[in-house]
Design a protein around this ligand. Structure first.
Ligand SMILES: NC(=O)c1ccc[n+]([C@@H]2O[C@H](COP(=O)([O-])OP(=O)(O)OC[C@H]3O[C@@H](n4cnc5c(N)ncnc54)[C@H](O)[C@@H]3O)[C@@H](O)[C@H]2O)c1
Length: 326
């Protein structure tokens, strides 16, 4: 019994952002069609280390692909020279349960999250958007930019981060992919004229105030993906059309989790899931002036769809190392 092992470099050589946008788009649609299995992620909390890890199983029958991702979030890891988020994915053959592949899921997590953001902006932001604001300028911000770059060219805008070094680095990186993203000295300055606002901080208290969000803006709320995390003033959510990636996960651990728990927001305010928007069952945006929010918690099916594409390509190209299990 052997499994194929794919490192981060292997994954990078096999799939690009455009591929992942396609894979995630189809996974969201399959979910809306009721054709996937995906129980909500399970969390373990390492409070003493300011970290957690999540176990995320999923099955997409149309891809004949099932598996599980194990992923952490440790906000102090940067000080130790490690990424905040790291992941490993195990794919199984649904027909026999045979383990098929072990993949680095760190790059895949960033790519599939960037892909989800791009899909949400494509469906929910004003047509022809150009100005993007990045609140938080770490790893996920970079992949949100790469995702947006696939659907809109000539992006301009601003970025803000509590770390000056991170935001300077992000602004330089943006230039290298054809986007002009200036450094802002406050969140207010960063977002005040944006068409699209991307929040990717690990904040547990709102960083984006209601009064600063311009009319017609679309917000990709990416950072809040565990109970107790929130980036947006609840007043923004009360004013906005809210679309989530998965209702159960969002209520438990998405941007809406804290305001719902505090009784400030009702679950009924959530218009639906992104897959329903893609399938034309509900609208992403209903007017030019509307504020729209995509609440991303990150779905196991995004990982399984992207990993299964990487594995199919690896098999075709003979890439990866065979590991003997027994
Ligand atoms: N929704 C999803 O699918 C998904 C996927 C991956 C990660 N995440 C979440 O996204 C967040 C960011 O992950 P990452 O990998 O980019 O981490 P990262 O550490 O690389 O980047 C986070 C950045 O936010 C900055 N920051 C922290 N507090 C801030 C504040 N109050 N205002 C402005 N900037 C602030 C940090 O300085 C850092 O540069 C985490 O909360 C993570 O759990 C969500």
């Amino acid at each position: 019994m052997t499994v194929t092992f794919l490192s981060m470099d292997d994954v990078r050589s096999l799939i690009n952002m455009k591929d992942v946008i396609g894979a995630v788009d189809e996974a969201f649609r399959e979910k809306a069609r009721g054709k996937v299995q995906m129980p909500p992620k399970v969390y373990l909390f390492f409070h003493e280390y300011e970290g957690d890890f999540r176990v995320m199983p999923g099955y997409i029958p149309s891809l004949k692909s099932a598996g599980v991702k194990v992923v952490n979030v440790h906000v102090k890891n940067k000080d130790k020279g490690l990424p905040t988020v790291m992941a490993t994915i195990l794919l199984l053959d649904p027909e026999t349960g045979e383990p098929m592949a072990i993949l680095d899921g760190t790059l895949l997590t960033s790519m599939r999250t960037g892909a989800a953001g791009a899909i949400a902006a494509r469906e929910m932001a004003k047509k022809g958007f150009k100005k993007v604001a990045f609140v938080g300028a770490g790893t996920q911000a970079k992949y949100q930019l790469l995702g947006l770059n696939e659907i809109a060219k000539g992006l301009t805008g601003k970025a803000y981060d509590v770390s000056e070094a991170s935001v300077e680095k992000f602004s330089e990186y943006a230039k290298s992919v054809g986007a002009a993203i200036d450094v802002a000295s406050s969140v207010k300055e960063c977002i005040s004229d944006a068409d699209v606002i991307i929040t990717t901080t690990p904040a547990t208290e709102p960083v984006v105030r209601n009064g600063w969000v311009p009319e017609g803006a679309h917000i990709n709320a990416i950072g809040a993906d565990a109970p107790g995390k929130e980036e947006l003033d609840p007043e923004v959510l009360l004013r906005a059309r809210i679309i989530v990636d998965d209702m159960e996960q969002a209520v438990h651990s998405g941007e809406v989790n804290v305001p719902i728990l505090k009784g400030l927001l009702k679950q009924q305010k959530i218009a639906g899931e992104i897959g329903q928007v893609l399938e034309g069952k509900i609208k992403g945006r209903t007017s030019e002036k509307e504020i729209t929010v995509f609440d991303s918690t990150g779905l196991a099916i995004q990982d399984i769809a992207s990993a299964s594409l990487a594995l199919r390509r690896a098999v075709e190209k003979g890439i990866g190392v065979k590991l003997r299990l027994f």
